[in-house]
Design a protein around this ligand. Sequence first.
Ligand code: MF3
Ligand code: CO
Ligand code: CO
Length: 256
Amino acid sequence: MIAKKTPEEIEVLKEAGHILAKILKTLAGEVKSGMTTLDIDDRAMELLEEVGAEPALLGYHPSFAPFPYPAATCISVNDVVQHGIPSEETVLRNGDIVNIDLTIIYKEMVVDSALTVGVGEVSDQDRKLMAATQEALAHGIKQAKPGNHIGDISAAIQEFVESRGFSVVRELCGHGVGYSVHEEPNIPNFGKAGTGPLIEVGHVYAIEPIVNAGKPDVIFDDEGDGYSVYSEDGSNCAHFEHTVAITENGAEILTK
Ligand code: MF3
Ligand code: CO
Ligand code: CO
């Protein structure tokens, strides 16, 4: 069952989304060489406290993981595709691309958003990778309207990403959100238009293309930190995510 949020709940989600967008923007603006990913997470905690919001991922235990998540943010650098745990050992260097993914609880509602930024000067290839991923998200969001199906979002993202010569990761996907971090439905970043669950007014989705510069294959590194997912070929990965609410007029981006 895909939960439908009430107009009142969507108003709260809008407020929460606005707060999240501001925090992410601040974090992205402060990224610089020499910082550690733990510095970014500490800063996120500080900003959350200032506005009275809570980190939804801290203590969250997804089914795929061996232990509850130990931080507020997931910070995934270069060939870390997703779920990098902030660490004082991960020092950012000029040319890195850094994905910051933050999920927050505000007035009991949950919103989820992510972006990827470069540290200093990044390669042309990485700039194109980030731009294509952000644009793919916009194409996916455009398909998120009542009467369409989840597969319309998936197909739009896949088609755009592949037209740019990049590939979408198959093992990780978008999801319903609002009452909890991960709700139905799954929103894959690949698939066929016209397939999957019907999109209806009141649904709230986290749409999030996860794009590898090289091959789509990923490794769940069991010997690593328990969470980090890597690209198998070592190529870099970009990820952008918005929480959107489905209205009669289409998707409203809550985390803009
Ligand atoms: N924010 C992530 C997402 O977009 C969820 C990460 S789950 C964690 O779906 F446990 F790894 F943090
Ligand atoms: Co997220
Ligand atoms: Co998400």
